[in-house]
Design a protein around this ligand. Structure first.
Ligand SMILES: Nc1ncnc2c1ncn2[C@@H]1O[C@H](COP(=O)(O)OP(=O)(O)OP(=O)(O)O)[C@@H](O)[C@H]1O
Ligand SMILES: [Mg+2]
Length: 225
């Protein structure tokens, strides 16, 4: 489903040059659950942002379902993201001024093709056990509830791929396990997941593992799908 070839991302600022991604080659099969690990600053978030097409590589090719995404313009990429991707972040990234259901509905904001919006939103909230907080605002929720609302927003458009950057990083163990169970459940239903984590036990719950260092992939292992 995903193929990266020779991906490089170089940042230049104030005469400091950082090669955040250095010749990354990667294949991810549909249905996989990949844990991305490595020390702070090794390029994990940059890799996820590149896969999410919110950051553009300075070199290399990115194919998604045999389509060359590096050839698309911003509008085409926005359509691709809206139709195919769901994002989950460490800091939840909910909009404070919107209720849970309004936040979840944002996941369909760029989807003119979707008709049954209300039932989609309800289904997504049900799936992660947050429907009873539909009319609440983010600050009225626990961290675990906020992350579950954020996952509902990520899955409301039924994405093929979920990109999760340390999704349990701000959660206690119990809430972290709940989020992992939700992600594992989504993967069991066929959603492909790439997740950055610092937790070896969480990486064990994934099917595959990528280890990064200094912008490179230094090891990768995968179990049969
Ligand atoms: N917008 C940017 N401008 C300049 N340098 C950047 C930018 N974004 C990332 N970098 C640099 O690229 C490198 C990789 O950063 P990245 O955020 O991908 O690391 P990470 O593996 O996600 O780390 P962490 O575990 O701390 O989240 C770092 O050296 C960082 O300083
Ligand atoms: Mg990061």
């Amino acid at each position: 489903m995903i193929r990266l070839e020779g991906i490089q991302r170089r940042f230049v600022s104030d005469e400091v040059e950082t090669t955040a991604l250095d010749n990354i080659n990667l294949n991810v099969k549909e249905g996989d659950f990949v844990a991305i690990m490595g020390p702070s600053g090794c390029g994990k978030s940059t890799l996820l942002n590149t896969l999410g097409t919110v950051d553009r590589p300075t070199q290399g090719k990115y194919w998604f379902d045999e389509e060359d995404l590096t050839a698309l313009d911003e509008k085409e990429l926005a359509n691709f993201r809206a139709a195919s991707l769901g994002f989950v972040f460490q800091s939840f990234n909910l909009i404070d001024e919107l209720t849970v259901e309004e936040n979840v509905a944002l996941g369909l904001a760029y989807r003119r093709d979707v008709k049954d919006r209300r039932s989609r939103v309800t289904d997504a909230m049900d799936k992660v056990g947050i429907a009873h907080r539909a009319r609440h605002y983010p600050h009225q929720l626990s961290g675990g509830q906020q992350q579950r609302a954020a996952i509902a927003r990520a899955i409301v458009g039924n994405p093929k791929l979920i990109l999760a950057d340390e999704p349990t990083g701000n959660l206690d163990t119990a809430n972290g396990e709940q989020v992992m169970n939700i992600l594992s459940g989504l993967n069991a239903e066929g959603t492909t997941i790439l997740m950055v984590t610092h937790s070896p036990s969480q990486a064990d719950q994934a099917r595959s593992r990528i280890e990064m260092l200094d912008g490179r992939i230094i090891a990768s292992t995968s179990r049969a799908l």
